[in-house]
Every structure is written in structure tokens, then in C-alpha cells.
Design a protein around this ligand. Structure first.
Ligand code: KIV
Length: 297
């Protein structure tokens, strides 16, 4: 099968739809900097999300709410430099699109013009349709995001799985249909019951990308810092840790500290030599220099 990876070109929103039609699972990971984006891109992951989760795992905020558009652009630019193939999605942060259609369009446009993103993502359902349509009208592909949308954590009263009652599940389904109807090319489903995510995935033509939404979604996304074990503060139940890099970093830092303190680092191979002849000349010159200085005193 021809994939974007095998033909070595940029993944497009159309590839997302094709993969869903062919039943090939989509892969997505977050990246907020050049080296991570490079690694994710080289691994052949379909899409890089420059998520506002960077506020929590990189900037040290307790939630994603304080993240600004300028912070997003700064990180998106760095990630874009590392990604040649993966579809780049810029995540609109809190209050960069909720306030008006004009703000939404302006900020979505900044991701494309200033940070070379290929698409944007925003959170919310039917209440965001006017903004989504305006962004699409400007030619910018849009990804939706429903379920435990972190920008609404205050409204939810914490990091709680959504859609667990019949009424809440119906609202998520209606929102998902509205987002598809509005023209989103993919939909992130976060922390909702697996059977609800499976049903939405079956009903929609566009692919669903799950995070804590079970195995029946058309693709999966994780926060790279979580799956690599780089973020030690809090790991949601839905994360699988594929590595424990934080532990590795801690070990390496301790060894470095010990080696510097006991002078076993740096060694010969980390140091630079000077030819003996030059060293002799240098010593002779510096001694002459000292003598001249003491005579002048
Ligand atoms: O900001 C982010 O990383 C996200 C993912 C969790 C989907 O929105």
C-alpha cells in the first residue's frame, strides 16, 4: 500500500481520510521542540500535534489554561523545523478562539503564516461551529476535540472522564456529528468510554483520534512526554509508558555530579592538546613578560 511514509512526502488531511477508509490506524504524538519533532518525524508517525499540553509538561503550569498564543507560536516554529513529513497541527490555546470569530481566524492564521503548521485544532462542539467555518473558509484545515477537553477542566470540576451518562454521551455524539458536518477533517476524542468512542468512530466519515477513548478509534494520540516517562508529576490512566526517560536523566545527572566532584571527568579524550614546541615558546614568552613587568615597577 502507498503511504506518505513510503513515498516520502508530507502527510495531508486527505491521507487521514484515506487511512480511515482503508482501516489503517493513524498515529499522532505531541512535540513542542526541534529534537522531539525530528525524532517523531523520523519514526514515521503520521502527525505531530503541537499541543497546549506543553503548558503542563514543558512550561510547568498546573493546567493548560495559562498558555498564550505567543508561547504556542514559539514552540510550533521549533517543532516545524524538525518535521519534514508528519502533518503538523497547531493547538489553539484557551481564549485564543472562544472570544470571537475574528480572534479565532487571526490566531489560526498565525499558526499557518508564522509557524508553518498544516492545520489547527480547537476544543469544543456545536458552540464553536461559527469559528470552525470561518477558519475553514480561509483554507485552514481543522481538527476537532471532544470529551475531556482540558481547557474546560474548571467546568468539569477536575480531570474527569466525560460522556458516562446517556445524556452526556448523546451530547458528545451530536457534537461529533456537528464537527464533521462543519468540515473538520479529524476529531480527537479524549477520555470518554470506549463503547461511545467506538460508536462515534463507526458513525463518522472522518477519522477519530483517541486518547483514553479505547482501541476502536481510527487512530491514537499521546503526549510524548507522558509516553516516554519524561513528565513525572502526573500520568493519566490511559497512558502507556514506553520508556522511563526521567529516571534515565536522574541517573545520568547523579553520575555526572559524582564524576566532576571526584575529577574523573573530563578525561584525556574530552580534552585538547597543544604541541610541546608551542608550549615551550609560550612558557618562555610568559616568563620574559613577567620579568619585563617586574623591571618596570
Ligand atoms: O494538548 C494536547 O496535547 C492535546 C492532546 C492531549 C490531544 O490536546
Amino acid at each position: 500500500m502507498e503511504t506518505a511514509a513510503s513515498i516520502n512526502r508530507k502527510v495531508t488531511p486527505q491521507d487521514f481520510l484515506l487511512k480511515k477508509q482503508k482501516g489503517v490506524p493513524l498515529t499522532m504524538l505531541t512535540a513542542y521542540d526541534y529534537p522531539t519533532a525530528l525524532a517523531v518525524d523520523r519514526a514515521g508517525i503520521d502527525s505531530i500535534l503541537v499541543g497546549d499540553s506543553l503548558g503542563m509538561v514543558v512550561l510547568g503550569y498546573d493546567t493548560t489554561l495559562p498558555v498564550t498564543m505567543d508561547e504556542m507560536i514559539h514552540h510550533a516554529k521549533a517543532a516545524a523545523r524538525g518535521a519534514k513529513r508528519a502533518l503538523l497541527i497547531g493547538d489553539l490555546p484557551f481564549l485564543s478562539y472562544q472570544t470571537s470569530v475574528e480572534e479565532a481566524l487571526r490566531n489560526a492564521g498565525r499558526f499557518i503564516k508564522e509557524a508553518q503548521m498544516d492545520a489547527i485544532k480547537l476544543e469544543g462542539g456545536q458552540e464553536q461551529i461559527s469559528k470552525i467555518k470561518a477558519i475553514l473558509d480561509a483554507g485552514i484545515p481543522v481538527v476537532g476535540h471532544l470529551g475531556l477537553t482540558p481547557q474546560s477542566v474548571r467546568k468539569f470540576g477536575g480531570w474527569k472522564t466525560q460522556g458516562k451518562t446517556a445524556q452526556a454521551a448523546l451530547k458528545i455524539l451530536r457534537d461529533a456529528e456537528a464537527l464533521e458536518e462543519a468540515g473538520c477533517f479529524a476529531l480527537v476524542l479524549e477520555s470518554i468510554p470506549s463503547r461511545l468512542a467506538a460508536l462515534i468512530s463507526r458513525k463518522l466519515r472522518i477519522p477519530t483520534i483517541g486518547i483514553g477513548a479505547g482501541n476502536a478509534c481510527d487512530g491514537q494520540v499521546l503526549v510524548t512526554h507522558d509516553m516516554l516517562g519524561l513528565f513525572d508529576r502526573f500520568t493519566p490512566k490511559f497512558v502507556r509508558r514506553y520508556a522511563n526517560l526521567y529516571g534515565e536523566i536522574e541517573k545520568a545527572l547523579q553520575v555526572y555530579k559524582k564524576e566532576v566532584q571526584e575529577r574523573s571527568f573530563p578525561q584525556e579524550q574530552h580534552s585538547f592538546a597543544m604541541p610541546d614546541e608551542e608550549w615551550k615558546k609560550f612558557n618562555a614568552n610568559s616568563q620574559n613578560h613577567r620579568r619585563i613587568k617586574s623591571l618596570a615597577r
